[in-house]
Unconditional design. Structure first.
Length: 430
C-alpha cells in the first residue's frame, strides 16, 4: 500500500497537509449501488424493525411492467357495502363530540391528571364533569380566538360563556396538571425499541384513532399529509411549505370525501410498521393506513404524486382496493407515453394513454395548463367530458377535453384538506 502527501490552502489561508493512501493495483474497487438502491437501503436501516428482507416487498419493487398503447377496458368496480362500523348520525353536537371523548377516555384523563398532581406533591382534584367544562372552554376559545388566555376573563374583553363556566385561576390549574399518561412508565432510552416520542399523549391518540376506526367508511377516500400547527421546540416538528400552516407535527391521514377521518398516523421520523414493509416511506404509509380498510369491497382511494407508486397500486388491487393518483415521471416504469412537447403541440386538452398488458392499470398523460400524469386501476379516459378553461390569448372561456380519470380525481381527492379546514375552525394555536 503506497502513500502520497498532498498540500493545499484552506479558505482562511492556512496550509493543510493531507496524507492520501493509494490502494494496491491488484485490488479492484467495490461495485457501487445505484442512487435508488442507496436511498431505499438508508430508509430501511433507519428502523430496526425493517432490517430483515421481505421477499414479497422485494417482488413488488422489482415488478416488470409490459405496456400496451391502448385504453383500459371497462372494470367492474361496483362498491360492496359493509355491515361493520357505526354510522355517524348527525344529532346534537355534544353527541358527536362524545363519540371521540367518551366516558372511558375522560375517566382515564382524570386518573392520569391525579397521578401527575401527586407526583408534583399537589392535592389537585378534578371530576369528569369539570373536565368536560374545561374541554368546552377550549372549543369556545377556538371559535373566538384572542392573543392571550387571560383576555377571556378581562373586564374589557370578557367572554361570559367561558368566564361564567370556569374561573381563570381554576382554568390555569387544570391546564397545569392535565395529563394523559404516567410519566413514571416512560422509557427514556432512545435506543430502546419501546421508546416513544409521543408517549405523553399516546393514550389520547390511540383512543381517538379507535373511535375513527369504528365508523362506517365511505366508498371514496383520500390519503394525504396534514399539519398540526406548532412552532415550539420538538424533534418531530416538520416544515411543509405548501400547507397553510407550514410548521408543526405532520400527520398522514385517510379521510372520506366528506372530510370524516377514518385512520391516521403521526410522522415520527421513520418508516411506519406496516405488515409487509417495502422500505419506502410513502409506500409504507399508504399500506399502513389501508390495513384498516375492508378488503375486497371495491373501496376507492385517492392520493397525490408523493404517495403514488405503480407497485403500490397493484398491491392494493390484489386486496380489492382501487386507487387513482397523480404520479411522478420518475415512477412511470418506462410507460410509452407521448412527450410533453408532443402533447403541447397537439393543443390544450390533448391526452395519451397506455395500459399494462394485464389490463389492470392505466396511465394517462393530459395537457391542461401543464402536463400531468395520472394512474388508475379502475377508470381510464372514457367518457371524455368538456371543462371550461380561461384562454389568456383570446381572453375568453374555452372548452377543453378532460378524460374521465381527471374528473374522478378532482371530484374525490380533497377529503384530507377539508378535514383540516373544519378542525381549524376550533383550533387554539397558542
Amino acid at each position: 500500500m503506497d502513500c502520497d502527501l498532498n498540500v493545499r490552502l484552506s479558505r482562511s489561508g492556512r496550509i493543510i497537509q493531507e496524507l492520501i493512501v493509494l490502494p494496491d493495483a491488484d485490488i479492484s474497487e467495490p461495485e457501487t449501488d445505484s442512487d435508488d438502491d442507496q436511498r431505499s437501503s438508508s430508509v430501511v436501516e433507519s428502523s430496526a424493525e425493517l432490517t430483515s428482507e421481505d421477499e414479497e416487498s422485494e417482488t413488488y419493487r422489482k415488478t416488470e411492467f409490459r405496456w400496451k398503447k391502448r385504453r383500459m377496458p371497462p372494470i367492474d368496480a361496483t362498491f360492496k357495502e359493509t355491515a361493520s362500523g357505526s354510522s355517524c348520525v348527525l344529532g346534537e353536537p355534544v353527541e358527536y363530540f362524545k363519540q371521540y371523548f367518551h366516558p372511558t377516555l375522560l375517566n382515564h384523563i382524570v386518573e392520569q391528571s391525579h397521578v401527575y398532581a401527586a407526583q408534583c406533591n399537589s392535592n389537585f382534584q378534578i371530576t369528569v364533569s369539570e373536565l368536560e367544562t374545561f374541554l368546552g372552554t377550549l372549543l369556545k376559545m377556538g371559535l373566538a380566538p384572542k392573543p392571550r388566555y387571560s383576555m377571556y376573563w378581562s373586564t374589557e374583553l370578557r367572554c361570559d360563556a367561558i368566564a361564567d363556566a370556569m374561573s381563570r385561576n381554576r382554568f390555569r390549574e387544570v391546564l397545569r396538571y392535565l395529563h394523559f399518561n404516567d410519566n413514571s412508565e416512560a422509557v427514556l432510552d432512545r435506543e430502546s425499541p419501546r421508546y416513544d416520542r409521543l408517549f405523553k399523549i399516546r393514550p389520547l391518540i390511540e383512543s381517538i384513532r379507535q373511535s375513527c376506526l369504528r365508523l362506517a367508511q365511505e366508498e371514496y377516500q383520500s390519503i394525504d399529509e396534514e399539519i398540526i400547527p406548532y412552532k415550539g421546540r420538538n424533534k418531530l416538528k416538520q416544515y411543509i411549505p405548501k400547507k397553510p400552516k407550514k410548521w408543526g407535527f405532520k400527520v398522514n391521514a385517510r379521510t372520506g370525501v366528506s372530510g370524516l377521518l377514518y385512520d391516521f398516523c403521526f410522522y415520527e421520523g421513520k418508516v411506519p410498521r406496516a405488515k409487509k414493509p417495502s422500505g419506502c416511506l410513502s409506500f409504507d404509509v399508504v399500506m399502513k393506513l389501508c390495513e384498516t380498510v375492508p378488503k375486497h369491497r371495491n373501496f376507492k382511494i385517492f392520493f397525490d404524486n408523493y404517495f403514488t407508486h405503480l407497485d403500490l397500486q397493484l398491491r392494493l388491487l390484489k386486496i380489492g382496493i382501487h386507487t387513482i393518483g397523480t404520479i411522478r415521471q420518475s415512477r412511470l416504469k418506462n410507460a410509452p407515453l407521448k412527450t410533453e412537447k408532443e402533447l403541447k403541440k397537439a393543443g390544450r386538452g390533448a391526452f395519451h394513454v397506455c395500459t399494462t398488458a394485464e389490463n389492470n392499470l392505466c396511465i394517462v398523460r393530459w395537457h391542461d395548463n401543464a402536463v400531468v400524469d395520472l394512474s388508475s386501476t379502475y377508470v381510464c379516459t372514457q367518457p371524455v367530458c368538456k371543462v371550461k378553461r380561461w384562454n389568456k390569448k383570446d381572453k375568453t372561456l374555452i372548452d377543453v377535453s378532460c378524460p374521465a380519470i381527471v374528473k374522478e380525481y378532482n371530484k374525490y381527492m380533497g377529503g384530507v384538506d377539508l378535514a383540516g379546514m373544519l378542525r381549524a375552525l376550533y383550533r387554539r394555536d397558542q
